[in-house]
Design a protein around this ligand. Structure first.
Ligand code: HEC
Ligand code: HEC
Ligand code: HEC
Ligand code: HEC
Ligand code: HEC
Ligand code: HEC
Ligand code: HEC
Ligand code: HEC
Ligand code: HEC
Ligand code: HEC
Length: 330
């Protein structure tokens, strides 16, 4: 206060004093309110301060750290260690939120058999420890998901103490490095010549999790959005979904009939080159498969060069043009 009176005039001092009084009053009434209404907040604070009670079997983080100082690294400063967030381990039982009560372990001088280690315990039990907090919103479909069913658990992909990724505490630096361990086929496609800018090297515009939720979802193939593949694509490419006056029936069914979601050797991630792509279905059209004749090739028919069929059938996903739209010309 001394410094204030020296540098500020008397009016400022009075203003500061009133300000301080206000702050004190607000804080007092706020904490009183929390105590009355925020029952869970009170509980969290009490457990944090009363961690040495032997009855609970919890010894508290300080005790753990007397022997495991090195486990502060990676954990300290991570979202789990932020006590200000009442849902974090730091605001609850600290280390023991995940490792379980440690009294017996400590009494046994660090008896390994008396403490839970998520790295070595059955994956399902480790998952349960994490899910005691992570059971909402984007995580509520994990149980029964393909990953859960095939014994791919939280600690398969995540590390609490030694994460390598910038976000999301993955065991690898990038998402792709995590997924590639088991999904080489999909990740390799991403590196092919023509695909949407998926990938970490090419600008990180899209990642596997732009389309998938590795924690499970309501959609097929753990797709994040919608309840069908087409809806998942349309969450970004709304204009391709329609409804159109003239629908290309196949597009409505599924975008991956013609596109490979992960990338391909063809332009626009097409599963086959045009005209071959189109002729998988349209061999009896007005311009049948005779386009592969030498005459057509030598004449550089516009049904083959450039964008081939799409030179004319530009509105390949569907059209709203009353007349030419029927065959997707405009
Ligand atoms: C008195 C020292 C001491 C204290 C306090 C202590 N530990 Fe340990 N802890 C050890 C020793 C020793 C080991 C065994 C190291 C080994 O054998 O590799 C160990 C091992 C562990 C392991 C690995 C178990 C395994 O299966 O390999 C975990 C997890 C662990 N401690 C967690 C904790 C937690 C959480 C706390 C606080 C509740 C805690 N420890 C408190 C000494 C201690
Ligand atoms: C959010 C859950 C969580 C919290 C909180 C947590 N741990 Fe861990 N702990 C884990 C997981 C998961 C592993 C397995 C290795 C990993 O993921 O990094 C582990 C492994 C360990 C191990 C065994 C090391 C090994 O290499 O096998 C020790 C010891 C340990 N933790 C001590 C602590 C201490 C001490 C604290 C508190 C400062 C703490 N843990 C807080 C989840 C947690
Ligand atoms: C006591 C509750 C609690 C437990 C137990 C817990 N977490 Fe968390 N975790 C949180 C909270 C709170 C956050 C902060 C993010 C938020 O607000 O959702 C978080 C954040 C994370 C993040 C995101 C980190 C980031 O950088 O954004 C990951 C990944 C994570 N937890 C994994 C795990 C894993 C794996 C386990 C089990 C070994 C686990 N958690 C156990 C409460 C918990
Ligand atoms: C197949 C690998 C994989 C498994 C299994 C997995 N995760 Fe994740 N998790 C990820 C990826 C990838 C991210 C996104 C990281 C990023 O932002 O780049 C992520 C993100 C998270 C986040 C940050 C918030 C969010 O939803 O983006 C939390 C919290 C989290 N995971 C918790 C868990 C928990 C708890 C489990 C077990 C029930 C689990 N994860 C299982 C791969 C996995
Ligand atoms: C543009 C959206 C999109 C992106 C980005 C994406 N996927 Fe997919 N993924 C899909 C769609 C749609 C399917 C289902 C249709 C299919 O199998 O082609 C799918 C299917 C899968 C399947 C199941 C394949 C099968 O045969 O059942 C795996 C595994 C997969 N993706 C992994 C990944 C990985 C790993 C990444 C990141 C390198 C990734 N995906 C990026 C959209 C995407
Ligand atoms: C440790 C191995 C492993 C890792 C790592 C892994 N997965 Fe999987 N994933 C699997 C297994 C096993 C299946 C089930 C395959 C099956 O049943 O055909 C699967 C299935 C999938 C499917 C198809 C789901 C369905 O309903 O058919 C998608 C999509 C997928 N994983 C995405 C990812 C993404 C994205 C990542 C990286 C964040 C990832 N996976 C990391 C093992 C893994
Ligand atoms: C998260 C948003 C998002 C989702 C979901 C998404 N895309 Fe894309 N897609 C993009 C972006 C961004 C581009 C690049 C646009 C650009 O460069 O102008 C793109 C480009 C494309 C291209 C053009 C590629 C090229 O070479 O020009 C095709 C084809 C495409 N997406 C198909 C799909 C399909 C099929 C799906 C569903 C499996 C899908 N997209 C899901 C965001 C998305
Ligand atoms: C009948 C095959 C077919 C189906 C089904 C299909 N597409 Fe396409 N798509 C194409 C062809 C061919 C091109 C290349 C057009 C060109 O060269 O102008 C293309 C181009 C694209 C492009 C990039 C060019 C542009 O116009 O922006 C995007 C994005 C795209 N498709 C998204 C989708 C989505 C999303 C779906 C599902 C709703 C879908 N496609 C279904 C054949 C198809
Ligand atoms: C997976 C099969 C499939 C593929 C691949 C496909 N189509 Fe189609 N296409 C259809 C079906 C089914 C219809 C609807 C036919 C009907 O209503 O009689 C249709 C309708 C059309 C029509 C309107 C014809 C009419 O009589 O209404 C045109 C034009 C057309 N497709 C062009 C193309 C072009 C160009 C390509 C390649 C870029 C292509 N299609 C790829 C299945 C396909
Ligand atoms: C030079 C422009 C042009 C090119 C290139 C072209 N088309 Fe057409 N196509 C048309 C026109 C114009 C019509 C409509 C004729 C009508 O209304 O009688 C048509 C009609 C169609 C129809 C619907 C009528 C029917 O007979 O079933 C299909 C399907 C079709 N085209 C497929 C294709 C395929 C597949 C390719 C590539 C191999 C292709 N088109 C290349 C101009 C073109």
């Amino acid at each position: 206060m001394g410094r204030f009176t020296r540098t500020l005039g008397p009016t400022a001092t009075i203003t500061a004093a009133i300000g301080l009084w206000l702050v004190v009053m607000v804080t007092v009434s706020a904490s009183a309110a929390t105590r009355q209404s925020g029952a869970s907040f009170v509980k969290a604070t009490e457990t944090a301060t009363a961690t040495t009670t032997p009855a609970t079997g919890y010894v508290g983080e300080e005790t753990c750290l007397t022997c495991h100082e090195d486990h502060k690294k990676g954990y300290q400063g991570s979202p789990h260690a932020r006590a200000r967030n009442p849902r974090t381990p730091a605001a609850k039982q600290g280390c023991e939120s995940c490792h379980g009560p440690g009294q017996a372990h400590v009494d046994g001088g660090g008896d390994k058999t008396k403490i839970k280690n998520p790295a070595t315990m059955p994956l399902r039990d480790a998952n349960a420890a994490c899910q005691s907090c992570h059971n909402r919103s984007t995580h509520d479909n994990f149980a029964g998901s393909k990953h859960d069913a095939r014994n791919v658990g939280c600690v398969t992909c995540h590390s609490v103490h030694a994460p390598k990724s910038e976000k999301g505490q993955l065991k690898t630096e990038t998402q792709q490095e995590t997924c590639v361990q088991c999904h080489r086929r999909e990740v390799n496609k991403v590196h092919k010549s023509s695909h949407m800018p998926v990938g970490d090297k090419s600008g990180n515009k899209m990642e596997c999790t732009s389309c998938h939720n590795p924690h499970g979802s309501q959609n097929v193939k753990m797709l994040k959005e919608g309840t069908s593949i087409t809806e998942a694509c349309a969450s970004c490419h709304a204009e391709k979904r329609g409804p159109f006056l003239w629908e290309h029936a196949v597009g409505r069914e599924s975008c991956v009939t013609c596109h490979d979601a992960h990338g391909s050797n063809n332009e626009r991630m097409l599963v086959a080159k045009v005209p071959m792509l189109c002729q998988r279905c349209h061999v009896h059209s007005r311009h049948p498969a005779t386009i592969y004749d030498t005459t057509q090739v030598n004449n550089r028919s516009n049904r083959i060069v450039g964008r081939s069929c799409v030179n004319c059938h530009q509105m390949i996903h569907g059209s709203n043009h009353p007349t030419s739209g029927k065959v997707f010309l405009r």
